[in-house]
Design a protein around this ligand. Structure first.
Ligand SMILES: Cc1ncc(COP(=O)(O)O)c(C=O)c1O
Length: 392
């Protein structure tokens, strides 16, 4: 009976082209990927600085494993609080220009836990969200059980209207991403912070896709705009430009102390592996010195964007290394993804509910590891797709 119900729902997803499936990857994915024994250029990873598989880091990792082993074996509050966790947190706090930091096993757990912990224990609190915030932010907001006000994507007039409507709440937590994960566009960060300050809202910015990529030494967009000190809570992840795994939150010492005491996704889980924490410290030093990699990434993005615009693709308002090709229908997105796959290019389709209905897309994610030749091959395959579709 139960399985029949699940099968029915799976069939419905399949019929509307929305069923997900796992694709087997036969290598460590970088700008290249091996799928079922065949090689593709990979435009789908968050390995922005091309540090996945970096030989210098791999060499250090072999020594690190001998010192720290693989597992923390318990929660940080039991016996899993290894000295290297504190070492990483101090360095990340400094990097983000904040007083303190707390590291989690994933970015998803960070958002889920931080938002729900901060809000669910307060009387008369609400959350104010950009409509296109990441699922982990939405899930944290829902878990908090509080009222959620939503403003139009990156629209500061809409944010102000919502802040006015929420004015009577005792505590308002306003949350945005600096670089949006599916659109690659950017929050008007200064306006966001000014409005938060004007209406006395606590500000939280998720820098998952800008850490390592933007700002002096890759400190993120808050650094670019010179507003790190004005943002109350900064979220980051170790799973994108760091090419590792884990998440972190930076803020005041009081904030971090509160989370250690109240944040369920921090308390009731095994600590991030000390092995990963130690590699993250090494990687952070490399990220800081990676201006060359950042320059290559910016150049790649500039070149690809101008070619896509010339070809007449809708790339939205991307201002970063994440470039969507919005095809609108799921059918068209599948068609384009398959066409690229036949041309040895891997860019999986992104469909609802990850993006809104009628906004299905290919999400091109560039890295410093992509060569001009890789980009030319992608552009040529897209040219062919345009040519074939106008002939139909
Ligand atoms: C904006 C944003 N925040 C958080 C996360 C979650 O990070 P992690 O992959 O480390 O769980 C993601 C992941 O895609 C993201 O895009």
């Amino acid at each position: 009976m139960f399985n029949k119900l699940l099968s029915q729902q799976l069939s419905e997803m399949e019929n509307s082209g929305l069923k997900r499936f796992l694709r087997n990857v036969d290598c460590s994915p970088t700008s290249k990927i091996k799928l079922q024994g065949k090689d593709f250029i990979n435009f789908s990873s968050n390995n922005y600085l091309d540090l996945a598989g970096d030989k210098e880091i791999e060499k250090k990792a072999i020594n690190i494993i001998k010192i720290y082993g693989l597992s923390a074996t318990s929660s940080r509050l039991v016996s899993g609080n290894i000295s290297v966790h504190k070492g990483l947190e101090e360095k990340l706090a400094l990097f983000k220009n904040k007083k303190a930091c707390l590291v989690y096993p994933s970015g998803y757990q960070t958002n889920l836990g931080v938002i729900s912990a901060l809000i669910s224990y307060q009387k008369d609190a609400c959350i104010i969200m950009d409509k296109l915030n990441h699922a982990s932010i939405w899930d944290g907001a829902k878990l908090s059980g509080s009222r959620i006000f939503v403003y139009k994507h990156c629209d500061m007039n809409s944010l102000e209207k919502v802040l006015k409507r929420a004015e009577n709440y005792n505590l308002k937590l306003a949350i945005t991403e600096s670089v949006f994960s599916m659109d690659g566009d950017i929050t008007p960060m200064k306006d966001f912070i000014n409005l938060c300050q004007k209406y006395k809202a606590v500000s939280m910015v998720d820098e998952a896709h800008s850490t390592g990529v933007f700002g002096n030494q890759g400190k993120g967009l808050a650094d670019t705009f010179g507003i790190s000190d004005k943002i109350d809570i900064i979220i980051g992840t170790l799973s994108k430009a760091f090419a590792l795994q884990g998440g972190f939150v930076c803020g005041s010492k009081t904030l971090i102390d509160f989370l250690i005491n109240k944040c369920r996704s921090f308390i009731y889980t095994t600590a991030i592996s000390p092995f990963l924490a130690a590699i993250a410290i090494e990687t952070l030093e490399i990220i800081k010195k990676s201006d060359n990699r950042r320059e290559t990434l910016y150049d790649n993005a500039k070149i690809l964007k101008s070619k896509l615009i010339d070809l007449g693709f809708n790339i939205g308002k991307s201002e970063s290394q994440i470039i969507p090709i919005i095809t609108e229908t799921v059918e068209n997105t599948e068609k384009l993804s398959l066409h690229l796959l036949k041309n040895n290019i891997y860019t999986p389709s992104i469909k609802p509910p990850t993006v809104p209905n009628s906004k299905a897309r290919i999400r091109i994610s560039l890295t410093a590891g992509h060569s001009i030749k890789d980009i030319d091959l992608l552009v040529n395959a897209l040219k062919l797709y345009k040519h074939n579709s106008t002939r139909l």
